[in-house]
Design a binder for this molecule. Structure first.
Ligand SMILES: Cc1cc2nc3c(=O)[nH]c(=O)nc-3n(C[C@H](O)[C@H](O)[C@H](O)COP(=O)(O)OP(=O)(O)OC[C@H]3O[C@@H](n4cnc5c(N)ncnc54)[C@H](O)[C@@H]3O)c2cc1C
Length: 224
């Protein structure tokens, strides 16, 4: 927490509990990573969607060494990483009071490159396991060329904030007798049946695939 990660608008929606922050980061699949790219007159903000993983008090980002975002960030340009979970559409009796229920986390700081081989392999495994828990133990280890050919950045969670909205619509008192329907449309990540590729068509679906889940926001579209 810092001055620039202190909520000013609707501060009662701030969540400072670190476990709650970790839970959002662990449930999310994708982050939006922002920074100012370029220099001088050519500099401009850019926000790029990326995979990420939390490991204790840090986040990992990874990608091709050719990635402009990673090349810029590892030079020491500050990044802002945002993870948002959408929980519901909130339908009120007036357009202005429509809203969304959400949990979101913003992390700011300077990311650094992981160069130590073992630390890099651990971070790459964590990135796989963040998305599909238990997966890294079920696949072959990364080849050296894959490890050297991937940039991995680490970002501290020291400077982060969380904001959340829960509950139903907040209508003006004089609107409560309006005939329009009000309430919530819950939203979540839809999880369908796993679809094996040709090489796995005759194999049993392993547990980490069959029972893949994504926290409270999951909408289960699997059979049975
Ligand atoms: C869900 C998701 C997860 C991803 N995970 C990763 C990851 O973990 N690591 C990784 O390196 N990349 C990931 N990508 C791809 C990533 O978004 C970038 O396209 C890629 O990293 C190249 O970044 P760059 O800074 O080199 O882009 P550049 O190609 O240099 O960007 C130039 C311009 O291209 C456009 N652009 C770039 N990316 C996108 C995009 N995704 N959508 C629309 N326009 C775009 C923008 O206008 C940008 O200013 C992911 C994308 C998605 C959607």
């Amino acid at each position: 927490m810092s001055d620039r990660t202190t909520l000013r608008r609707v501060p009662d929606r701030a969540v400072t509990d670190r476990d709650a922050i970790d839970a959002v980061l662990d449930e999310g699949l994708m982050a939006h990573v922002g920074l100012v790219a370029g220099e001088g007159d050519g500099s401009h903000p850019v926000v790029i969607p990326m995979l990420y993983a939390r490991d204790g008090d840090v986040l990992y980002l990874h990608g091709s060494p050719a990635s402009r975002l990673l090349r810029t960030a590892k030079k020491g340009v500050e990044v802002c990483v945002t993870v948002t979970l959408l929980d519901a559409l909130v339908l009120a009796r007036s357009g202005l009071h429509h809203s969304m229920n959400y949990r979101s986390v913003v992390v700011m700081g300077t990311a650094t490159e992981i160069t130590d081989r073992d630390a890099k392999v651990a971070a790459l495994d964590r990135l796989v396991d963040h998305t599909i828990p238990g997966r890294s133990a079920q696949i072959r280890p990364a080849h050296d060329i894959e490890i050297t050919g991937t940039t991995v950045l680490i970002l501290s969670l020291d400077e982060c904030s969380m904001k959340a909205r829960t509950g139903g619509p907040v209508d003006d008192a004089e609107d409560l007798d309006e005939p329009s329907w009000a309430g919530l449309i819950p939203l979540g990540v839809a999880v369908g049946e796993p679809l094996p590729d040709e090489g796995s068509a005759d194999d049993p679906v392993p547990g980490h695939v069959a029972f893949w889940s994504r926290g409270p926001g999951q909408v289960n579209g699997r059979a049975g």
